[in-house]
Design a protein around this ligand. Sequence first.
Ligand SMILES: [Fe+2]
Length: 254
Amino acid sequence: MEVEVPVKIHGILDFVVLESKVPLDLVEELNQEIDTLSEETDNFSDRLVGQIKNGCQLHIDKSRCETFRKLYSAAESYGILYADKFRGAEKALTSAARDNEFVQAVCYEAWSVNSFSGDYNPIHDHGCMVPAVTGLSFVLWTKIPENMRNLSAENMKSASGMLDGCINFVNGPMSQIGEHEFRPSKVLSVSPQVGKFVIFPHWLNHLVYPFSCEGERRSISGNVGLFVKDQIDSVPGVSEDEMKDLLKHQSQNT
Ligand SMILES: [Fe+2]
């Protein structure tokens, strides 16, 4: 005789990376502006862990031009969108999940990573601007060499080059037999594409593998602080007018 028994599944949400696309005309504008930056005056490498020995890492200063302001603004919009999507993903797993409590995102720094063969980024996380409750970090790819990675490879065996130039997010095990042991991988690989944008929590470890082909791999990274309603009058370095503009802009995404 068959007996029906009650079953409930408890799953844990480990981390969320939100992926989107930035319009290619903005990508092109950003590349043109980055080309005007100088390694002498805009060098940002003394603040970064990237092992960029053949290329350079340059400060993207919001006050420099309208194109950079558009980047900061887009990152802030994605910051609020991320908070909404994260809470949505939580709700799909548990009825105890909360609503999005963040009303303000402030992108407070950004930089370009202009990489060439052999350059890489070791595993690291990003800081968070105080007094933000928490922070997000982002990557936007603006140039990818044609043969950077082996697109047809299905695994890393025989030095396939499957992940050359890719970013990996790491928050736990990546056992080769993990899927058979009911132990899901907590490593996510993202393949760079021109215009692809990812945003993720500032504490999430990540790394970028080197590549060995000719050409430039260029990405833009930055940090975004998230604020709750009570804090929005007291964000350092952001004027009241800027704050109002940001809130107006973000309301289109909430
Ligand atoms: Fe990073």
